[in-house]
Design a protein around this ligand. Structure first.
Ligand code: GLC
Ligand code: CA
Length: 560
């Protein structure tokens, strides 16, 4: 099966605009800051740039609360800056993917302002309004950001649904007007030259009929909505309709963010027949280090085992092969830093080696790899010690709910979990150099700089041929030049299933085979793999090859 769409052997680079580069001295990144670094991205070799939301927004959830889909957030720039940015990207042979946030809008969007005016306002049915039940919320649904998923609106006497913050009311996708307005807006951006969309929580848009209560267990204060609202009854119908109205008319690439999606769901969303999306962001490997108590969700301090990680990544590689297309990612603006989470940032040597090992693990698989800003220089978690250091509402709300309200954790334990898992770990400013504020800005940034910016920054990485940066550059180049990385069949090396130190897999095409050997631990181990004598060592994170002796975090890829 040949996969030969323009994006099949592409690598995506994700930019969190607020944290990338400030150029007008207000401590907030902006579009001109991205324009300044396009040559840097070209040097890295990426093909597609995905921007987190840059639309007009009150910024309650950093732009995921949009008040106008057709305007640029003035803090980031204006339409002229946007035009210059997209031209600059295209001139360099790269493409631009925008974030599409249509499960919800901001409560400041004029649709919602109208909607809340009363039951017969023409926009009432753009959102999900319900009467309360016995003086309470219409059902037991909990919000992703703690608390109930319903808010009572005094003015119009009903509750509205918000799966995220109360300032992010959910759109009513049952209403065809809503759907077609969204499709028109997407075509409007496509006409401006946008090459695709990353679709925020897109598999949550179809709510189950009758909005029944969600499963609720033990310590959980509210029902867990995810199993109920993800992959809802009309989701495939909606996406096929969107595809007909938008995607089929342009040469686009699309990736859906789909919490709770299984490989069977992904086979429909990302089917090679192109009827819905091109790929999805699934979350199974991101959930391997979650707390066993569902009431504590992602808040925990244990590392994922290699056994679980390998089994999960292998499952996705095997199940989608020849049927659908994978996305490959470790990081994004919602996840802690990969090297801190799955690798080892305790010494400089281990940081560099484990960052490269994890990059190899992902980039040698089948799918489209996504690199999140700073990942290419091995940026780490910030581990801020105090709650006051955190900006993100998810962490702050979770602290109040789990510590102050439900007393499920003591403050010290929760701070330890937040230091490991807060979304702020991803959102600290990009570390460009060792000057004050890491070269991100000359003004106090909106989010604190990671204190390790003097050791870890772009300037240093570019000056060191052995840096994480040049390793990523090489991985990208290999993907561009070796078709087996795009099309080869994935297989675990027989006997590797239970190894708790080494992950070994192959990629095979008619012409060639790649053998990938990765040490997930800080131990030296002895393993024998059959490597033909004519095999070539394609890439490795050590200066030499010691055959059967595999050193801490060693990664090597042979071709034969
Ligand atoms: C997605 C985004 C996240 C945002 C949420 C609500 O999960 O990635 O950043 O808070 O949706 O829009
Ligand atoms: Ca700025």
């Amino acid at each position: 099966m040949e996969n030969n769409h323009w994006w099949n052997n592409s690598v995506v680079y994700q930019i969190y605009p607020k944290s990338f580069q400030d150029t007008n001295h207000d401590g907030v990144g902006d579009l001109r800051g991205i324009i300044e670094h396009l040559d840097y991205l070209k040097k890295l070799g990426v093909d597609i740039i995905w921007l987190n939301p840059i639309y007009e927004s009150p910024q309650v959830d950093n732009g995921y609360d949009i008040s106008n889909y057709k305007a640029i957030n003035p803090t980031l720039g204006n339409m002229d800056d946007f035009q210059e940015l997209i031209d600059g990207i295209h001139e360099r042979g790269m493409k631009l993917v925008m974030d599409l946030v249509v499960n919800h809008t901001s409560d400041q969007h004029h649709w919602f302002q109208e909607s809340r005016k009363g039951k017969d306002n023409p926009y009432r049915d753009y959102y999900i309004w319900r009467d309360g039940k016995d003086g309470q919320e219409p059902n037991n649904w909990g919000s992703y950001f703690s608390g109930a998923a319903w808010k009572y609106d005094q003015q119009s006497g009903q509750y509205y649904l918000h799966l995220f913050a109360p300032q992010q009311p959910d759109l009513n996708w049952e209403n065809p007007k809503v759907r077609h307005t969204v499709y028109d807006m997407m075509n409007w951006w496509a006409a401006k030259g946008v090459d695709g969309f990353r679709m925020d929580v897109i598999n949550l848009i179809s709510k189950p009929a009758g909005l029944p209560d969600a499963p609720q267990s033990g310590d959980e204060k509210y029902g867990n909505v995810e199993p109920l609202v993800s992959n809802g009854p009309r989701i495939h119908e909606f996406l096929q309709e969107m595809n007909k109205n938008v995607m089929s008319k342009h040469k686009m690439v699309t990736v859906g963010e789909t919490p709770g999606a299984t490989p069977d769901d992904a086979k429909k969303y990302a089917n090679l027949d192109n009827s819905e999306l091109n790929m999805v962001f699934q979350f199974e490997h991101m959930g391997l280090d979650s707390n066993p108590n569902p009431a504590l969700g992602k808040w925990f301090d244990q590392k994922a085992s290699l056994k679980d990680l390998r089994a999960n990544l292998t499952k996705w590689q095997e199940k989608l092969y020849g049927i659908a297309w994978n996305s490959l990612y470790w990081n994004n603006h919602d996840q802690p830093r990969v090297v801190s989470r799955f690798g080892n940032d305790q010494t400089e040597d281990y940081r560099v080696k484990s960052a490269k090992m994890l990059a190899t693990m992902m980039h040698m698989m089948q799918g489209t790899p996504y690199i999140y800003e700073g990942e290419e220089i091995g940026m780490t978690n910030a581990y801020f010690p105090k709650l006051e250091d955190y900006v993100d509402l998810e962490s702050i709300n979770a602290y109040h709910q789990l510590v102050d309200d439900q007393h499920l954790l003591d403050g010290k334990t929760m701070m330890k979990y937040i230091a490991l898992h807060s979304r702020d770990n991803a959102r600290t400013p990009m570390q460009w150099d060792d000057s004050e504020y890491a070269g991100f800005s000359d003004h106090l940034p909106w989010e604190k700089v990671n204190p390790n910016y003097k050791q870890i920054n772009v300037k240093k990485a570019l000056a060191d041929q052995n840096s994480v940066f040049y390793y990523y550059q090489k991985l990208i180049e290999l993907r561009h030049t070796l078709p087996v990385i795009t099309n080869g069949k994935y297989a675990l090396v027989p006997g590797n299933e239970d190894d708790d130190a080494i992950f070994a897999y192959t990629r095979q095409s008619d012409e060639t085979t790649l053998l990938v050997i990765l040490n997930y631990t800080d131990q030296v181990v002895e393993r024998h793999y059959d490597v033909p004598t004519k095999a070539k060592l394609l890439i490795s994170n050590y200066a030499d090859d010691q055959g059967n002796t595999i050193r801490p975090y060693e990664a090597k890829v042979y071709q034969f």
